[in-house]
Design a protein. Structure first.
Length: 249
C-alpha cells in the first residue's frame, strides 16, 4: 500500500518496538503497522546480520533501531516534543535514553525469555501477541528451534540471566534516583527518558494500557528481587498518564 504513510515493522510484544510505537502515538503521527511473527520469512529477512526490529519506512527512508526512529520523528514533527528545549535537560534526557536502552531493555528481554524457557505455552502466546490462535499453535511448534536461535543470537545463559536480574534492579534504582520523588526523570514534563524507561521495563508491570492483548501476567522470579520497588508504581503511573491512544491507521 503506497499511500505515503509511515510503516512500522514490528514485533507486537517487544519492549523496544513498544518504544517506537509510543513515540509515534505520542506525536499523533498517522502510520501503518506490520506485525511480524518471530521466525517468519519477513522477520528473518529483517534479522539478517545485526538487523533487528523495529524498522520504520518514513518519508522514503528505512530507519532501524528505536532510538534512531525517535530521533527521526522528533526532527520530522518537533511538537509535542520528546526532547527538552533546555540544552542541559536535553542532554540528560538523551543520556538516560541511552542508559535504559543499554542497561535495561536487553536485560529485561533476557530475564523474560530465560524464565520462560520452560513455559512454552506461555511464551508461544506471548510471541504470537496480535496474531491469533493459529499463530500461537505455530509458535508452540517452532519454540524449540526458536529458543536455540535466541540463545545463540543473544547469548542467553544462567550467568547472563543473573547479571541481567541485577541490571534490572539497577535500572529501577536509577529511575528513583533521577526522579527524586517527582513525576518525571528530567525537568517538569514527559520526555524521551520517561518513555524509554517505561516502555523497556513494561514486562515488570504488564500495564493494562498495552495496546495488544497479552497472555496472563507471569510472576517472574526476577520480581522477587524487585519486591515492592517504588519505581514499579512510577512505571504503571507513567503508562496510565501518558500512553494514550494509537495513531495507527
Amino acid at each position: 500500500m503506497s499511500d505515503g504513510l509511515p510503516v512500522l515493522w514490528q514485533y507486537s510484544f517487544s519492549n523496544y518496538n513498544e518504544k517506537a510505537r509510543w513515540a509515534l502515538d505520542f506525536k499523533g503521527v498517522p502510520h501503518r503497522r506490520r506485525s511480524l511473527l518471530p521466525g517468519g520469512p519477513r522477520a528473518m529477512a529483517f534479522s539478517r546480520g545485526k538487523g533487528t526490529l523495529p524498522v520504520i519506512d518514513l518519508d522514503g527512508r528505512r530507519i532501524v533501531d528505536s532510538t534512531k526512529i525517535v530521533e527521526a520523528l522528533e526532527a520530522r514533527q518537533p511538537e509535542p516534543a520528546l526532547y527538552p528545549a533546555d540544552p542541559d535537560e536535553r542532554r540528560r534526557a538523551l543520556e538516560l535514553e541511552d542508559f535504559f536502552d543499554e542497561h535495561a531493555g536487553h536485560d529485561m528481554r533476557r530475564v523474560g525469555f530465560w524464565e520462560g524457557r520452560d513455559q512454552p505455552a506461555l511464551m508461544s502466546a506471548f510471541l504470537a501477541t496480535d496474531h491469533g490462535a493459529a499463530a500461537r499453535v505455530q509458535q508452540r511448534a517452532m519454540f524449540p528451534v526458536a529458543w536455540r536461535y535466541v540463545v545463540k543470537r543473544y547469548g542467553f545463559d544462567q550467568d547472563s540471566y543473573e547479571r541481567s536480574k541485577v541490571a534490572v534492579v539497577g535500572a529501577l534504582d536509577r529511575i528513583e534516583a533521577e526522579r527524586a520523588g517527582g513525576d518525571y526523570l528530567v525537568g517538569e514534563g514527559f520526555t524521551v527518558a520517561d518513555l524509554t524507561a517505561a516502555a523497556l521495563l513494561y514486562p515488570l508491570v504488564w500495564p493494562p494500557e498495552f495496546q495488544y492483548e497479552l497472555p496472563d501476567m507471569p510472576r517472574p522470579e526476577a520480581l522477587e528481587s524487585v519486591g515492592d520497588h517504588p519505581a514499579l508504581g512510577w512505571i504503571s503511573e507513567t503508562w496510565r498518564r501518558h500512553r494514550g491512544a494509537s495513531a495507527a491507521i
